[in-house]
Design a protein around this ligand. Sequence first.
Ligand code: GCU
Length: 334
Amino acid sequence: MKKPYLAAVFLLLLALLLPGCALEEEEDTLPLLILRYADNQPEDYPTTKAAEYFAQLMEERTHGKILIRVYPNGELGDENRVLEQVQFGGIDIARISMGTLSDYYPGIEVLALPYLYDDADHMWRVLDGEIGEEFLASSRQADVIGLSWFDAGARSFYTREPITCLEDLAGLKIRIQESDLMQRMVECLGAVPLKIQYGDVYSALQTGKIDGAENNWPSYESTGHFEAATYFLRDEHSRLPEMQVISTVALDKIAQIDEDYVTILKECAKECALYERELWKEREVEAEERVRELGVTVTELSAEELEKFREAVQPLYDSYPEEDQRIIDQIRNS
Ligand code: GCU
């Protein structure tokens, strides 16, 4: 009599324990936090791919405890609205162009001035150095936390009608980001700036609401702007790097779970940025090749003509106070 009784008790205990084990196991694999990451570029774009890589690294290194969900194509809103949401924690992470960021981050304009850098290497010496680190570290001034820099190449003008020199820009309506810096720059070059969100530029070009816009090769190609504005004036006026930012709310939440996860997040953000730079270089070449094949007319500028563009933006440089002039000199000498 004794043995069947014991067996029954054993089975009962087993039945009670098993679901418990399963539950514990399940709890162990559940994420503790899911972060929303906004990018206004399409899925196959260098920045978005790097964001996905960021998500993958985080999942691996936190063993699935902190997950990142990337929302491409501006699904979470246009860049300005996204940044404003990151400021109060409505969106956790975003990749923001310096053109947009400069209106929210006092002092950072000096990194985005026209004709500031000789080339991409020069820009990276600055951003990878003390100045770049300093601007990431002081980003709380913009109510966000800067994590790393992404490449976005050089921007040039493109128009519906042919333009080949500075004089041709006079009076043209040129779309710009919501950026006072870009507004002043375009005014210095004699054109009329119009602030329009990135997602609305295609139709503005098509309908003739604007005569042209300005951007880098991959954006010009991926948005299809080249279909409506087939003349590309390679003046490479601005290098606007991009910043990966996280909301202070999200970072505090992560720290509350485990301070180590904050360290991991910062490392992953830097690593994925290196990946983005590699992707960027390839995509820049591919995009240029593709639009050329599709019939875009590219005007290269002579050194003399380019000098006219540089001279035209000098008043912009002169408008900065001494404190900024010091940083500008430091950047130029880097
Ligand atoms: C680039 C940049 C975007 C930005 C856009 C613009 O494409 O990557 O983040 O929104 O320029 O001109 O608005």
